[in-house]
Design a protein around this ligand. Sequence first.
Ligand code: FEO
Length: 614
Amino acid sequence: MYCVKKVTDDLIWVGANDRRLAMFEGVYSVPDGVSYNSYLLMDEKTVLFDTVDKAVRHRFMENIAEVLGKRKLDYLLVQHMEPDHSAVIEELAVKYPEMKIVCNSATLTFIKQYNNFDIDSRVIIVNEKETLNTGKHTLHFVMAPMVHWPEVMVVYDSTDKTLFSADAFGCFGALNGALFADEVNFDKDYMDESRRYYANIVGKYGTQVRTLMEKASALEIERICPLHGFVWRKNIPNIVAKYVLWSHYTPEEYGVMIAYASVYGNTENAAEILACRLRDNGIKTVMYDVSVTPSSEIVAAAFRWSHLVFASTTYNAGIFISMEALISDLVAHNLQSRTVAIIENGTWAPTSGRLIREKLQQCTNLNIIDNTLRIKSGLKANQVSEIAAMADAILSTFPKPVSVPDNPAVGTVNPAALRKLSYGLFVLTAQDGNKDNGCIINTAAQITESPMRIAVTVNKANYTCEMIGKTGQFNVSILDTSVPFRIFEQFGFRSGRESDKFAGCGYDTRTANGIRYLPKHTNGVLSAKVVESVDCGTHRMFIADVMQASVLSQEPSVTYQYYFDHIKPKPQIPEKHKQEFVCKICGYIYEGSALPDGYVCPLCKHGVEDFEPV
Ligand code: FEO
C-alpha cells in the first residue's frame, strides 16, 4: 500500500524509510533507521526528484504510481548518483518509457557506470544556471560538486522557493510519520543525528559546502527538501547556522571531548581524573570509550567540541586498534581548528602518543599541546600534578575566564554581562520600601553603548511595572539554560500584590542598589536607572542607564525557543473533551474546555482576545 505525504499542494514526498538497515554505507550504524526521500512535482509536466535505495524500491514504485494516477512521468531529475538515491532508475525507465532523465554530464557518466540500459536517447544534460520550466514551476540547476560526490547538483524551484538540497541538510533517522522538522523536537531529538550525518557524510568537504551555502545565500528559500531526513519549512536559519559552523570547522561549544582506549582500565583512569580536574574548573566534558562507542559518533562529537583529548594505550608497538581507526577517521574527515591534548600508556615502550601526534599533524590548524602525558602501566601519585598541569594547559587555551563570577554586591560594570542579552527570558526585579517583587519578561535589550543603556518592556498590569514607575530602578536577572520551570511558576503565574514572590526561596541576594536578583540559573545581572519610559499600550518600556553589570556564569542564556523546547512541560495527551488555547503573543498554551472569563496569559499578560484554539 502506498504511503505518501504532501509537501505542498503539488509536491508530494514519495520516499520510504528503512529501519532494518544495520550500517548505512556499510559503516555508519543507523539505530533509528534512515529515510530515502524522493519528491514528485505534479505540474503540467511531472517531475521526480531522485529515486531511492533498492531496499525500499517496492514501496517507492507504489507511491509514484499512486500519485501519478493515469498521468505519465515526464522527467526524472537526478541530483545525486550514489546508489541510495539512484538504485531504481533503470526500473523507472522500463515502467515509464517516455520519461526523460535530466542530469549533468558528470551524472550521465555515473548513470552509465551503474546501469546497462539505453540512456542516451532519453537524457537531457543541464548546466549551472540553466532552467527547466514545467508549467507553473521553474527549476534552476545549481552545481554542488563534492557535496557529497563530484556530480552532485541541487535544484531551486523559484516558483515555490523550494531548495532541493541533495545530501545537504540531511539527517539520519527514519521519518516516523512526521515529514517536517518543525513537527518534532529537532534540537533535542535529532540534532545529534544531524551532526553525525553532516560530519561523517560531508564533513570532509567543508570548502565545497561553503561554496554551496554562498550560492544558496543568493536565493530566497522557504523550504528545503533534502534526500534524507526532514523537510525544513520553519527555523531554516537555525540549521543553516549549524552548517556555517560545521563547514568552517568551527566548534559549536567550548568544552573538552575525551576519547580513550584502555585495555585494563588504567588509561581510562587517567582520562577520568583529567575530566574531573576540568569539571572542577567549570569546563564541560564528555567522554567516549573508543572500544564501545562507534567512531561515527566520536567524529560527530569532535565536530561539536572545541577541545579534544586522546588517551590511548600502546598496542603491538602502535596505537590501540580502535583509537588508530578513530584518529584515521578524523584525519580523513578533515577535522580542523581544535586544541588537542594526548595521553599515552605503555608497560614497556609507550609509543601511542607520538604516533597519534604524527597522524594528527596531517590536520589543518590543530593546536596540539606540547606535553604528552605518559603513563607506564598505571598512573602514580606523583603524576597527579602532571594531570593538573595538563588541565591547566587546556584551560589556558579557553578564550575567557571560566567560573570567575563577578560580585553583584559591588557596583561595577562588566560589559560582558550585556552580551548575555538575547530574545530570551528574564526576571525583572524591583523594590519599593521594604517590598521586593519580580516578574518574568521576555524583552530586554541593549540600545546604546555609550551611555550604556538598555530597554525593558513589562506589562502595565504587573506590580513590578508599578514599582519601577515609582522608584525608577530595577534589576534584570538574565536566565540561563539551567533554569527550571519552577522559576517561571514562582515569578510568572501570580501577582506580587497578593504574594511574596521570594517567599521560601532560600536566598536574599542584592545588587549594590539594594534590589534583589537571582543568584542561580542566571548568567548575568544588570542594575539600571530609568531615564525615560514609553507607553506601549498594554506594556510600558523603561529606557534605563546601566549602573552595574555582573557576569555570574558561562551558561548560555535561555532563549524563548529553548524555553518552549526544553523547559516548558509538554502538555499531557489531551483527554478527548479537552481543548487547548494558544496565546498568539507569546505561545503560552492554556489547557481546558474554555478560557475562564477575565483570563490573562501568565507569561505576557494578554487577555482572552489574544488566545485562539489550538
Ligand atoms: Fe545519501 Fe551521498 O547519498
